[in-house]
Design a binder for this molecule. Structure first.
Ligand SMILES: [Zn+2]
Ligand SMILES: [Zn+2]
Ligand SMILES: [Zn+2]
Length: 305
């Protein structure tokens, strides 16, 4: 018999049948209700993703906006991960580690060689891996090294501090051989990646720059046309996507006004005017963003070349 059953029997003994009847219940029912409530109200604890961190918060009370069952389980100040990182199932970061994790924010990289790596916000990146599941462990090791929990990787000895030949042991030599092997594998992987990335870059950049030229020419053509581009439904959609019906001024401090900017309701007003369904309007907005973003990116690339 388990302890749970013994505890249940004990609880039943503690409840007077008469007291229970006064309250319109039975001892059995009262105990079952209490157990059910205890299970329902169990905290749902979430851990901090930094290895070794003991902090936890209760997701149940946090979502319900209730005070946590224990003060240390307060969800205030915790951050929750979205997608796009090396944590496919998401994760949580305690207030103590928010700064550190932000400084080492890991983005998962799928390399053209079908291998995986991490782009850490600090610039660190591990050797490409064949299984993406190990990325998290590599990043954790990096984080713990940065936090000082783990010793830094031993530096390759500089010429002045080289071990004299007579002091080498079989172990020290095999360690050196291992390093040479690792370095060779790293170099091959990096060269492969650099080659593939460069080939893709060479293909992608002219395509993007060409698209920019064509899209900007179309935009000029439309803006110079004397036609009322809002009168016809298809014209209005073309205008909204190729020219943009909303204000796109993203300079810092710009506040939309009625004098020299289109505000942010232009597209929705056109949609209303022509009875364009909301989904289609949202899609047009997305398409406009893609075009504006492609032009912006092409400009940035051209400035860098
Ligand atoms: Zn933490
Ligand atoms: Zn880092
Ligand atoms: Zn504006």
């Amino acid at each position: 018999m388990t302890g749970k059953t013994e505890a249940r029997e004990l609880l039943l003994d503690l409840i007077g049948a008469a007291d229970a009847a006064n309250r319109g219940t039975t001892p059995e029912q009262a105990v079952d209700d209490a157990i059910a409530e205890a299970i329902l109200n169990q905290p749902s604890l979430r851990d901090c993703l930094v290895p070794g961190c003991m902090r936890q918060f209760d997701a149940m009370s946090c979502m319900a906006g209730d005070p946590p069952p224990r003060p240390s389980w307060d969800g205030k100040g915790w951050a929750t991960l979205g997608s796009g990182s090396i944590f496919p199932a998401g994760g949580h970061i305690c207030p103590d580690h928010k700064q550190t994790v932000t400084e080492h924010w890991p983005r998962r990289l799928k390399l053209p060689s079908d291998r995986w790596s991490v782009d850490c916000a600090c610039g660190w990146t591990p050797t490409p891996q064949t299984w993406h599941g190990v990325l998290r462990a590599h990043w954790e090791q990096h984080l713990l090294t940065e936090l000082g929990t783990l010793p830094p990787a031993a530096p390759i000895p500089d010429p002045e501090h080289r071990t004299p030949l007579t002091e080498h042991t079989e172990r020290s030599l095999s360690e050196l051989y291992d390093r040479v092997e690792d370095a060779e594998a790293d170099r091959d992987g990096t060269l492969d990646f650099a080659r593939t990335a460069f080939l893709l870059y060479q293909q992608a950049v002219p395509a993007l720059l060409g698209a920019r030229t064509a899209l900007e020419a179309l935009r000029t053509r439309i803006t110079l046309d004397s036609r009322d581009w809002t009168a016809d439904k298809v014209d209005a959609l073309l205008y909204a996507i190729l020219v943009g019906a909303d204000c796109e001024d993203d300079t810092e401090g710009h506040v939309h006004n009625d004098i020299d900017c289109a505000g942010e309701q232009g597209l929705w007003n056109l949609a209303k005017q022509h009875g364009i369904p909301a989904e289609q309007t949202i899609q047009a907005n997305q398409h406009r963003w893609w075009i504006a973003n492609a032009i912006k990116t092409a400009k940035q690339i051209q400035e860098q070349r």
